[in-house]
Every structure is written in C-alpha cells, then in structure tokens.
Ligand binder design. Sequence first.
Ligand code: 9D3
Length: 241
Amino acid sequence: MFAGFLEVGLIRRARKKTLFEVRVHNLRDYARGKHRQVDDRPFGGDEGMVFMPEPVFAAVEAVRESPRTPVYLLSPQGRRFSPALAAELAAQPQVILICGRYEGVDERVVQHLVQDEISIGDYVLSGGELAAAVVIDAIGRLQEGALNDSESANQDSFEDGLLDCPHYTRSDSLGTDGVPPVLLSGDHAAIKRWRRQQSLGRTWLRRPDLLERLELSPEDQKLLSAFRAALPPDPNKPEKP
Ligand code: 9D3
C-alpha cells in the first residue's frame, strides 16, 4: 500500500536525497508462536478482531531509535491532522506511525505507547495505511530542501493560507477561449494582482473559515471587495424595500 506514492515525484526525490527515510514494517514479523498471531477476539465479545499488544510493543521497540521518538496511532478517534500537526511531526528526527486494521488496537497500546492518535478526517477508511500515507506525504514535503525552485515559488502563494488561483495553458482545441484576457496581456503587475484577487475571492467563496484566520492588508481588502462587486447578484438576497 505504500509503494506507489513513495516512488514518484517530490517524495521519491526527497528519499533519493535522503532528506527523509520511510520504513514500512509488517506487524506479523514481530509476532511470536507457530501462527505469528497478531490479532485476537475482543474481551467482552463482539464482532471482529483486535490487534494484540505484544506484537505492537515488540515492533515499536525494534524500530525506535530513541526513547524520545514519538509514536502515533492512526485512528478514527484521533486528533484531526492539520498543517500544524504536519509541521510538528516533520520537525522530529523520527516518528513511528502505527496503522490499525479490523476493529482497532488493544487500548493498552494507546495508554502505554502512543503519544497521540491521528485522524485525517470524518470518513471511514478500511485501515490506517492510507491515512499514514497522507501523513508521510505531508511530512516529506516539509523536509528542508524537498521542494525544487518552482515548487517553492508556488508554495509562497499557497502556504499563505489562501486557496490557489485558477490556471490556464495552451489548448489546441480551445485556443484562448475562456481565458481571462489579463493573462494574455503581458502586464505582469496586473497578472499578479488578478491572481491574488482570484485567490482571495475563491477563498472567500469556498473556505470562509480560512479567511477568518487572516488579517488582510488594505490592498487585499480592496481586491476582495472588487471581486465581490463583480459577482453575479445573489438570488437569495432579499431586495431592499
Ligand atoms: C468497522 C469498525 N468501525 C466500527 C464503527 C470502526 C472503524 C475502525 C477502524 C472504522 C474505521 C477503521 C479504519 N480506519 C482507520 O484506521 C483510520 C482512519 C479513518 O477511517 N478515517 C480517517 N482517518 C483515519 S486514521 C485511521
């Protein structure tokens, strides 16, 4: 499940440059006994299976490079993954991510081993692996030197808490139909203003929660006012008496 995204693009490059390292471990390799059993039926009786504590303890002990290495459990009950949490994890020399399956992991693993539980959002996945992949991808991008020049330049307009502006490029079938004329004008200052305005406007329309956290400059406020003034009238807005 981890092979794909680790082998393309930015993440592949960052790994090649050893900016960060990803090791995937199979819990079964840390299980004992003839059957290498990692799961068992829950106390109290219920559907499904639960990961036993011992293989998880053994695996963490084997891969942990320092007693300070934080251990996280990917879990629907977790703290929501966020840019702040991504930065927190990216700053650690090592993190251990435990992926659950079935009904979950024995709660004593959480009590004794886990610093925090992490969820990537309120939809049900089949296991923690894809959530861990999301976390790993986000951590990888934040490693010093991971972004190339054009990626860093793009990051400027993205990491400022706004949504991206629309993009257009050459099209044999569509020509320049539907392309905002300013982008074809060659006026770089006007293009820069338009892009900023589109970022502000789309964020206002689609993610007002993001905009609330920002203190807009007077120039940004003007750009946003002009964006709003140019929108088609809202049919739900009552007429002034
Ligand atoms: C069938 C079990 N479900 C009973 C209501 C609970 C359940 C357990 C385990 C639901 C999903 C999972 C597997 N999901 C994860 O391990 C997981 C997850 C997710 O499902 N959504 C968002 N973030 C995450 S992080 C780990």
